[in-house]
Write a protein that binds this ligand. Structure first.
Ligand code: SF4
Length: 706
């Protein structure tokens, strides 16, 4: 069957698909594409979730942006030509930078952009705008895991092994990952471990993933929100105290085994039970099950995988570090069939963090503060290294400064919907409204685009060529199957058009040309793409970075011979539990936890426009425990009010014993009055600068009562 091979536009599983243009302008049909090895589409094993099956609908939604829009004197967004819109933006940028300096203009990227767009965005900020103010929404996604793996292993590749390796394990510990809803085809890789009773899930909810542990398939550790770190410290304590650790591995491959013992010595399971609510006996049972599968005990292998539930906390980096320490205690990282990994969420969440759209990074996953990195990248770009700005501010810190006296006066947003996805939305709305210039490039009029002064209509997945990097670090091709509608252009054309008007170097608009430059810029970096060519990918090669030369086969598995640290050893970083930043108090007695639904992706800007998905989950809701519902006297579907220190919202109750009595769960895919990020806390992790989306104190009352 012919067709155009590509990948789903949504999550980092990047399910392989084949597109077939149909007899309707701009429309395609999608079919899953499968092979049984990682040479093809192993991550989905022939499956697609409902989001993937219905993705073609987003190409032709009625309110698809098809022409640039510029806000007129009456305050309305009205159609404009590309030249008019680019001229307006360039003129305003020039005026603002002349008056306030280069950092008066900021750029905000997205983890769904192709590698080429992410690379061009970072270069555009540093070379054309000469601003330090660039960051992206990956800061809200996996930045805590990235920070933890960089400091432990010296490198951050979400899964340092092919996902298919997980299928052969004897035990898998999932900490804060609901992949049965976020990436359902990945569940096929858990069938083996479920069969042996080794699926261990840490989640405050009985999520779809947690329910996979039932009927003898594993253990659900239903911890109090914000206590994953204490739980993992206790699991490690059991492993060390019961003589289950791989002591030879610790001595040979880590820098400080004693630190591991010291940092977990006081976390006996009974203490952890008081903090987490998970029975001490369950903690011991889980630790022993995980250890039994470790290679040191002759097991089939064990994996520890983290998701946003562990990472989106003000202690997210330390929680992931505790998971890494547990993996080291069991001798897992770098062993075939075992390991630690982060389940990256956004479609190009991995590639998006490698090519320079982060505040502190240059392409190749290099530090912008490293003189050698600056010299190399400046050489590829043909600019003076001294002209490159230094590190900028992280996403929340950048947003909080928008429109202030010392902060940026203009913001260019590509591939991000801040008015749904950022924490403490009232403040975000105020900051965006205070800007002199807000520019948004998107495919639909998202909540953020509707606030903009200029809106650029851009291409989406089936309309463009490029590359993405999956959660495994595998570089894959996105291919165009159809012509984009109306005046739609690539984000690359925006960077090129503005750079030309600002008198900068020419920026290529051909993604293949951009990729060739990206290869050179990444050469010698941690994420080295220099040996990857589109021809090699098109020929069916499975190329996992680093690929340092064209003859190099790629690196499906990292750490077999050592870690990417100066001494080649994994670094044990001692960590300890601390409470959530906005903890329970007399006025707010429950924890608010946010998360995802099967039917929607991220801010919902795309999936809320798909009829089937919208019909299945059309509006926000709050899961509350029957005991809380009884105390309030509310039944299923009745409106309740949630109030936190940031604001309040009214939404229907969904009464279910799937949540703990101390927990309220609300999905975050909705905008306007349904946006739960009105309530979430922007307290930051001190290392990753991740905001604390996943836990804050909330008061629940019957709507209408004070
Ligand atoms: Fe696959 Fe994720 Fe797309 Fe679903 S959303 S089809 S799991 S890539």
């Amino acid at each position: 069957m012919s067709g155009i091979p590509t990948h789903c536009p949504y999550c980092a599983l990047q399910c392989a698909t084949t597109l077939h243009p149909v007899d309707r302008p701009g429309a395609v049909e999608v079919q899953p594409r499968a092979t049984q090895s990682y040479q093809g589409g192993p991550t989905n094993m022939g499956g697609l979730c409902r989001k993937g099956w219905t993705a073609p609908e987003v190409l032709t939604v009625p309110d698809r942006l098809t022409t640039p829009l510029v806000r007129d004197a009456a305050g309305d967004l009205v159609p404009a030509s590309w030249d008019e819109a680019l001229d307006v933006v360039a003129d305003r940028i020039r005026a603002l930078q002349t008056e306030h300096g280069n950092d008066a203009v900021a750029v905000f990227g997205g983890g769904g952009l192709t590698n080429e767009k992410a690379y061009a965005l970072g270069k555009f900020a540093r070379v054309a705008l000469k601003t330090a103010n660039v960051d992206y929404n990956g800061r809200f996604c996996m930045s805590s895991a990235a920070a933890a793996t960089n400091r432990a292993f010296g490198i951050d590749r979400g899964l340092p092994f092919p996902l298919a390796d997980v299928a052969g394990a004897g035990a898998v510990l999932l900490v804060g990952s609901n992949l049965a809803e976020t990436m359902p085809p990945a569940v096929s890789h858990l069938e083996g471990v479920r069969g042996s009773g080794g699926l261990l899930v840490v989640d405050p909810r009985r999520s779809a993933t947690a329910s996979l542990t039932e009927d003898g398939a594993g253990i659900h550790l239903q911890a109090t929100p914000g206590t994953d770190l204490a739980l993992v410290l206790a699991l490690t304590h059991v492993v060390l105290q019961e003589g289950l650790a791989d002591t030879a591995y610790l001595a040979d491959r880590t820098d400080d085994p004693d630190a591991l013992f010291r940092s977990t010595a006081s976390w006996w399971p009974e203490r952890a039970e008081r903090v987490t609510g998970v029975p001490a006996a369950t903690i011991r049972r889980a630790a022993r099950a995980l250890a039994a599968a470790a290679p040191v005990h002759g097991g089939a292998g064990a994996f520890i995988l983290t998701g946003r539930g562990a990472e989106q906390h003000s202690k997210g980096t330390d929680t992931v570090t505790a998971c890494i320490n547990l993996a080291l205690a069991l001798g897992l990282p770098g062993r075939l069939g075992s390991g630690y990994g982060c389940i990256t969420g956004q479609g190009n969440g991995q590639g998006g963090r490698e090519h320079g759209q982060k505040a502190d990074q240059l392409p190749g996953y290099r530090s912008i503060a490293d003189p050698a990195a600056r010299n190399h990248v400046a050489g590829v770009w043909g600019v003076d290294p001294a002209s490159l700005p230094g590190p900028g501010k992280s996403a929340v810190e950048l947003i909080n400064e928008l429109g202030t006296e010392a902060g940026p006066k203009a913001l260019l947003v590509h591939g991000s919907n801040l008015l749904v996805s950022a924490p403490r939305l009232a403040s975000v709305r105020e900051r965006l409204a205070s800007l002199d210039l807000l520019v948004v490039a998107d495919v639909v009029p998202s909540e953020t685009a509707l606030l903009a002064d200029v809106v650029f209509p851009v291409t989406q997945w089936a309309e463009e060529e490029g590359t993405m990097t999956s959660l495994e670090g595998r570089v894959i091709r996105r291919r165009a199957a159809i012509t984009p509608p109306g005046e739609v252009r690539s984000d690359l054309a925006i960077f090129a058009g503005l750079a030309e008007r600002l008198g900068s170097l020419p920026f290529p608009t051909d993604p293949a040309e951009v990729f060739e430059e990206l290869r050179l810029a990444s050469k010698g970096g941690k994420a080295d793409y220099s040996g990857i060519t589109w021809e090699r990918i098109d020929a069916g090669e499975a190329l996992f970075w680093p690929v340092p030369a064209e003859g190099h086969p790629g690196t499906p598995r990292l750490f077999a011979d050592g870690f990417a640290t100066p001494d080649g050893r994994a670094h044990v970083v001692p960590v300890d539990h601390r409470p959530v930043a906005d903890d329970l108090n007399a006025g707010a007695r429950l924890y608010l936890v946010t998360g995802r639904l099967l039917q929607h992706y991220q801010s919902g800007a795309q999936t809320r426009r798909v009829a089937e998905l919208d019909a299945a989950e059309p509006e926000v809701f709050a899961q509350i425990h029957p005991r809380i519902a009884a105390q309030l006297g509310v039944s299923d579907g009745r409106p309740i009010r949630l109030r936190t220190a940031r604001g309040s919202m009214i939404l229907p109750a969904r009464v279910t014993a799937d949540v703990r009595p101390d927990t309220v769960f609300v999905p975050f895919h909705y905008g306007g009055a349904g946006a739960v990020n009105e309530l979430t806390n922007d307290a930051l992790d001190p290392v990753s600068r991740m905001p604390e989306f996943k836990a804050c104190a909330v008061d629940v009352t019957v709507a209408g009562l004070p």
